[in-house]
Design a protein around this ligand. Sequence first.
Ligand SMILES: *[C@@H]1O[C@H](CO)[C@@H](O)[C@H](O)[C@H]1NC(C)=O
Ligand SMILES: *[C@@H]1O[C@H](CO)[C@@H](O)[C@H](O)[C@H]1NC(C)=O
Length: 207
Amino acid sequence: MLEQPRPHRTRYYAHRVGETLTNRFFKFFCSCFLGLLLLVGVVAFVLWLSLSPHRPRFHMESFSIPGINQAIGSQNTVVNFNISARNPNQNIGIYYNAMEGTVFFRDQVIGRTPLISTFYQPPKNTTWIYGMLTSGGVSSTGMQEMIRQFTAGSVDFRVELTAMIRFKVTTWHGKNHRMHVSCDVALGQNGQILERSKERRCSLYFS
Ligand SMILES: *[C@@H]1O[C@H](CO)[C@@H](O)[C@H](O)[C@H]1NC(C)=O
Ligand SMILES: *[C@@H]1O[C@H](CO)[C@@H](O)[C@H](O)[C@H]1NC(C)=O
């Protein structure tokens, strides 16, 4: 009767040892796996940080309507603008597809022109986008408002640029995004951009 528990106990210890081994192996395996996962995560995060594209930046460099003081709001006055486009990325190039420029006075389009055709902007590059167009004039209510602003000292215009853009990371090409750039500009009575509007950053969104 006294002998009876022995085999039972041995089996019990053997079972315990086996369990600890499996446990240890399992823990080791788990920590290896978690470590690996963490490493992969960190690498992915660093890659993502270095590869996530920054939007291009646009600034209004110059804007003029030389004829505005002679023929305010009329047709056939020439509008010039020069906007800088900066690719701030270290390693990412940008493809621009067929950019178009539109000049607005309030919500009225006064002229529209194609700007650059397809071009590739390398990383850390600044390119000037120059546009010249002939105004189609404004409506009579628009004209009244323009005269009011002109008499007060400055006329507010808006230049919008639209283009399809694509980011390029080494050999990988991202998908196309429709980009809208909007630049507010105040024109003085001499037909030239006012100092306060110069170098102003344009707003940008994608659709
Ligand atoms: C646009 O502005 C830049 C920088 O001021 C200048 O170098 C460039 O000649 C201008 N382009 C035109 C067509 O005026
Ligand atoms: C910017 O890129 C354009 C187009 O590739 C190129 O013609 C121009 O020389 C570049 N400008 C600079 C400052 O590198």
